[in-house]
Structure formats: C-alpha cells, structure tokens
Design a protein around this ligand. Structure first.
Ligand code: ZN
Length: 217
C-alpha cells in the first residue's frame, strides 16, 4: 500500500496522485489541494495551507525526500503574506460595506415615490429637503440618430432615437432618486425632464424637489 508522502495517510491507488514522476511518490487529495493552495492568490488560503504543511513537517510526517521542497514552498507562500493579508482584509471590508450600502439603498428605493405633481394623495410633506437632479448624456451619433428619426417619420421603421431617449430619461431619473435618497428624502415632488444639446451630445436631466413625506392619519 502506498502512502501520501506529505501526511503519511495510506492511499487507494485509484485516488492517489503521483507527486514526482521520477521519485514515484504519491500524494493524497487533501495534501494535493493544500499544496496547490500554497501558491494561491488568496492570502487566506495561502496562510491556511502554510499552517497545514508546517504542522505536518513539525510532526515529522512528511517524507524526507520532499521535506526540502515543502519548506521552500512554505517560504514562497510566506513572501508578502502579511501585506497581502492586510490588503485582502481591507478589500473584504470594502466589499461588505458596499454590499451593505447597496442593500440599504435598495430598501429605501423600494419605498421611494416620485410624482410630477405637487403632492401625494394621502400623504403630507413633513420636510422639504432640497432640489435634486440627475443627468444622463447621450453621446455620439446623435445627428445620425436624428436623421434615423426623420426617416422614421417618413415611414421606415427605426425607433433607435426614441428608445435611447427613453433609456436616458430612466437613467437620469434613477440618478436623481439616488441623490434624493442620499440626502434623506423618501419622495420627489414636481419632477420633470430638461434637455440640452451640447455639440453632438444630448444632456437629459431629471429634476425635482426632494421631500420627506408621511402618511396622513
Ligand atoms: Zn496527504
């Protein structure tokens, strides 16, 4: 029966790997996994693999023919490990923070209301907060799009300009709502769209009054 040259576990030939073709040494699945994690880009995995290998080496389980290579791999895994771990933790924290903000935003977005009118039925304005706006710029090929629209008028079907304008309006409105949420509003009153042509760009902006509303008793 062959043994894993790293942890010493007895191996079924079927699930064993050959570690060194010349030395005819075998490695079990777990050790193979850990050995590949010694060069993982994820420093947490490298740390875990390093600890795993170190324990086996210290307990004298590692076959002496591969001890040197394993120690060298551990040294390599150790290089810049502290800085990598620090960066990785920072990244994780930033990611968690981002997720939290997104969840928070989506929650607020769900209850958010927008109207083009001056009020909402059944609600009163508790607080007027600020004028908010959101822009979207439709770039390039605008004249092409307009002529496409003209062709449309002439009878050929091409809805590109209208579709793009609709998307731009939606995007502008989304940004306006984002700004309103950021300043603590739960609704926007008197929303409307403005459009402005700048060379070959069309700027679409959504504007409104950010307010806090509450249901009437
Ligand atoms: Zn093993």
């Amino acid at each position: 029966m062959d043994r894993c040259c790293i942890c010493g576990k007895e191996l079924e030939i079927m699930d064993s790997y050959q570690l060194f073709s010349t030395k005819r040494l075998y490695i079990c699945d777990d050790c193979f996994d850990m050995k590949s994690k010694l060069i993982s880009v994820n420093p947490m995995e490298r740390l875990r693999a390093k600890e795993y290998m170190t324990i086996l080496l210290e307990e004298g389980l590692v076959d002496e023919r591969v001890q040197k290579e394993i120690w060298e791999s551990i040294e390599k895994a150790d290089r810049n490990l502290q800085e990598n771990l620090y960066d990785w933790q920072q990244d994780q924290e930033r990611e968690t923070e981002k997720q939290k903000n997104l969840a928070d935003y989506l929650e607020k977005r769900k209850g958010f209301t927008v109207t083009t009118g001056p009020s909402f039925d059944g609600y009163r304005v508790k607080r007027y907060i600020d004028v908010v706006s959101g822009e979207e710029i439709m770039g390039m090929g605008l004249f092409g799009d307009i002529s496409a629209n003209v062709t449309n008028v002439l009878g050929t079907s091409n809805a590109t300009f209208g579709e793009r304008l609709g998307r731009a309006k939606k995007e502008a409105q989304k940004r306006m709502i984002k700004e309103a949420i950021a300043c603590g509003a739960n609704a926007v009153l008197a929303m409307d769209f403005d459009m402005m042509v700048l060379t070959n760009h069309l700027v679409v902006s959504a504007n409104g009054t950010a307010v806090e509303i509450e249901a009437l008793e």
